[in-house]
Design a protein around this ligand. Structure first.
Ligand SMILES: *Cc1c(COP(=O)(O)O)cnc(C)c1O
Length: 368
């Protein structure tokens, strides 16, 4: 059994993918170009926003949007400690300081009621994460941001296609950041990322930043200091093909999740994922909670069932952020989550028999 089967997805649409790859190879354009421009238009349309800027990773989507929004040395940026390192690492790489705020335990997302207490004169932005495929409480976050004039960056790397009150992830803050890393719901065969926004100035700046600040009008005229963070045409071609299937795949994940939940909700002390009524969940991860997490994971491994812990150590306790001075116990909800969460295999193609085996093994564990 696999935790994630990337080959199954390729096989299911192999002809379309192969045709897209051949189209790019035959075009002779491998970085940027029409393929990337068309993909950007399609993502902008998918999000009902004006601009989408293809980049070479989700990490760069975060880093460059923070940079384009003017975040710099000495600024503070509020974020969640229960996420992938890139969320806070990009803030730090700009010389700014990540300021963590504890999570809301049902959704694992930032707790908006704790944000205001963390705001200081230096606070410039909030980077929030829509963890595991369910969006954070955007209305409350936006209200606070508006009141304190803070920028809002949505880390939607795990949530492309998820909705909050009908609005897609990435479209409510100043900008939204997507990742097309091979394990994400919309996944390339390599690295890739994108920023979406309605802000033209921000979009123009990102287009400059991703290409060494080079003028789009005059070759070798560099307007600002940028970098190389362009999206490959071959990834764009593959992702355009996959985008057509995304809603169907997200729905399939939600159905697989609901099958797990129906059968696991009574097992031992398991807490199955909570879906807020005003949100859709696209189940980038299917994550349960139990006090017996470590033993359950070992038991599953003994039966050759893979599972993962996202995330075993919250960011405020990571060695890299030791200098920030956070002590153990300061964010009890995030710390408890890191001890209790377990993600089970989920992807659109996972078979019922696999799920059954996983469910039965978990039920068996709790009987013992
Ligand atoms: C995957 C991920 C990223 C980084 O994306 P890359 O494309 O791997 O750079 C950032 N934030 C979150 C929450 C992610 O899951």
């Amino acid at each position: 059994m696999k935790f994630l089967d990337l080959i199954a997805q390729y096989k299911s649409i192999q002809r379309e993918i192969d045709a897209a790859v051949k189209r790019v190879l035959d075009s002779g354009v491998f970085i940027g170009g029409t393929e990337v421009e068309e993909f950007e238009k399609e993502i902008a349309k998918f999000c009902s926003l004006k601009y989408a800027i293809g980049l070479n990773s989700g990490t760069d989507a975060l880093y460059l949007s923070l940079k384009a929004l003017g975040i710099k040395q000495g600024d503070e940026v509020i974020t969640t400690p229960f996420t992938f390192i890139a969320t806070a690492g990009t803030i730090t790489n700009l010389g700014a300081k990540p300021v963590f705020v504890d999570i809301e335990p049902n959704s694992f997302n930032i707790n908006p009621t704790k944000i205001e207490a963390a705001i200081t004169k230096k606070t410039k932005a909030i980077v929030l994460v829509h963890l595991f495929g369910q969006m954070a409480d955007m209305d409350k976050v936006m209200q606070i941001a508006k009141k304190h004039k803070l920028k809002v960056i949505e880390d939607a790397a795990q949530a492309i296609g998820a909705r909050y009150k009908q609005r897609p992830a990435g479209t409510i803050g100043d900008c939204g950041c997507f990742s097309f890393f091979p394990s994400k719901n919309l996944a390339g065969f390599g690295d890739g990322g994108m920023v979406v926004t309605d802000n033209k100035e921000l979009a123009d700046r990102l287009r400059l930043l991703r290409n060494h600040g080079s003028s789009p009008k005059k070759k070798y005229l560099n307007l600002i200091l940028g970098t190389n963070s362009r999206l490959d045409a071959i990834q764009a071609g593959i992702l355009r093909t996959k985008l057509k299937h995304l809603e169907k795949w997200n729905k399939a994940r939600a159905e697989k999740a609901s099958y797990y939940s129906k059968n696991l909700k009574e097992a031992g002390d398991i807490k199955v994922p909570h879906i807020d009524p005003d949100k859709t969940h696209i189940f980038h991860q299917y994550t349960i909670r139990t006090k017996h997490r470590d033993n359950l994971q070992k038991y599953l491994a003994g039966k050759e069932i893979p599972s993962m812990v996202y995330y075993p150590l919250p960011l405020h306790l990571q060695p890299v952020f030791k200098y920030l001075g956070y002590k153990k116990g300061i964010f009890p909800k995030a710390e408890r989550a890191s001890r209790e969460v377990l993600s089970l295999p989920i992807y659109p193609e996972i078979s019922k028999s696999c799920q059954k085996e996983i469910i039965e093994t978990i039920l068996e564990f709790f009987k013992k």
